[in-house]
Design a protein around this ligand. Structure first.
Ligand code: C5P
Length: 398
């Protein structure tokens, strides 16, 4: 995912420096070229040898000991990197950068780069809340430096509070968000739905379906990676919210209807990947229905069709996409749905096709277009299919 990308990881002297090892190792696994720059204090916590072993590249620690493979290390590193990440960033390095102090290899190189710089603070809560640190962070943000918020929890000093470095996996997700893909959807607002809906029968039981939400989550993650302002309205699933996506959790189809319709007017592309339940119990029992009451009949009411309503309200330059999952007559039913619900494209998939379906990471879909464009067949990872769907949807915009 990060093949061909270069990341300069700058490590400063905080106890969280050990977590930077996992960040570097994760980046290397994703194919990134990684250069590590350490302050002298960082070397007290982790040895340069650890990073050198992972990156197979000399670690830069000293202003005056140029690694042999570089001309002027701080300039060549500054130019080579697609992104700088300072993790952990101490109050000290944040203060220096905010004041333009470049007195070691790390600060000199960061000062010399035009690449985006992502700062990941990690420090004691009182230090983080110190008005001087707050002001320095505000100033750097104003100047375009990127920040990750520290997490809350137990700190190395024994206290508990805000100041922990976010977990390496989170930092890697953020790095991917910054550099993994070209930002070709920047300026677009994308709204995606995902997962099943759950229709309560009583406080314990419900009607639902087997949607895992993977396709919708892949779409939202892909849109965010490509720079779209992305909102995901999700039914109950067991997936982590994608990085950089505003995720709104809902349970029932009625809740999804409200959440989607209140946001759709502002969206350029709306993709309904959720498996919305068609029916809900006509009434919900307030108490758990007793087994002994032997219910033999469940009266159902029809849920609102969100996609059809979106189709009725479709804005002039808005692209509306649906999904159609069938077990027979796939293409003709998908075409009929696309027309009836007034969407611009529909991704048709057959639940019975090997490699397609709810819980798996792959899919086999045929994209149909309202404007008569040739259908497109796609098969493979849901992530790749998500990117294709977004590319096609963006092209449909006038
Ligand atoms: O009518 P059917 O459920 O087969 O249509 C599938 C498409 O319609 C999907 O995009 C799904 O998200 C959407 N849908 C909806 N509201 C419903 C039922 C389906 O938005 N109540």
């Amino acid at each position: 995912m990060l093949k061909g990308k270069n990341v300069a990881v700058c490590v400063t002297g905080g106890i969280a420096a050990f977590k930077a090892v996992s960040v570097v190792s994760g980046l290397v696994k994703l194919g990134a070229g990684v250069d590590v720059i350490m302050t002298a204090h960082a070397c007290e916590f982790v040895t340069p040898l650890t990073f050198r072993s992972l990156t197979k590249t000399p670690v830069v620690t000293d202003m005056f000991a140029e690694p042999e493979h570089m001309d002027i290390a701080h300039i060549s590193l500054a130019q080579k990197a697609d992104l700088f990440v300072i993790a952990p960033a101490t109050a000290n390095v944040i203060g220096k950068l905010a004041c333009g102090i470049a007195d070691d290899m790390l600060t000199t190189t960061v000062m010399a780069t035009r690449a985006p710089v992502l700062i990941v603070p990690a420090m004691n809560t009182n230090m983080y809340d110190n008005p001087i640190v707050r002001e320095n962070i505000a100033k750097l943000k104003r100047l375009g430096y990127l920040f990750m918020e520290p997490a809350e929890g137990p700190l190395a000093c024994g206290a508990s509070g805000r100041g922990r470095m976010p977990e390496p996996a989170e930092i890697i997700e953020r790095i991917k968000l910054e550099i993994a893909r070209e930002k070709d959807l920047k300026g677009l607002r994308v709204l995606v739905t995902a997962g099943p809906t759950r229709e309560a029968i009583d406080p314990v039981r419900y009607i639902s379906n087997g949607s895992s939400g993977k396709m919708g989550y892949a779409l939202a993650a892909a849109a965010a990676l490509r720079g779209a302002e992305t909102t995901l309205v999700s039914g109950p699933v067991a997936l982590e919210p994608p990085a950089g996506v505003e995720t709104v959790s809902v349970v029932s189809a009625t809740e999804m209807y409200e959440a989607v319709l209140s946001r759709s007017a502002d969206s350029d592309i709306v993709i309904m990947a959720a498996a919305v339940g068609d029916f809900r119990p006509e009434s919900v029992s307030e108490e758990k229905i007793k087994k002994s009451s032997c219910v033999s009949e469940l009266r159902l009411a029809k849920n609102p069709d969100i996609l059809a309503e979106l189709g009725r309200r479709k804005g002039e330059n808005q692209v509306l996409a649906g999904f159609c999952m069938e077990t027979e007559d796939l293409i003709s039913r998908a075409r009929e749905k696309m027309e009836r619900k007034n969407c611009d494209m529909i991704a048709a998939n057959n639940l019975k096709t090997p490699g397609a379906g709810f819980a798996v990471d792959t899919n086999v879909v045929t994209l149909l277009f309202r404007d008569g464009r040739e259908p497109v067949k796609l098969s493979g990872a849901k992530t790749d299919i998500a990117h294709e769907i977004l590319t096609k949807a963006a092209r449909l915009r006038k």
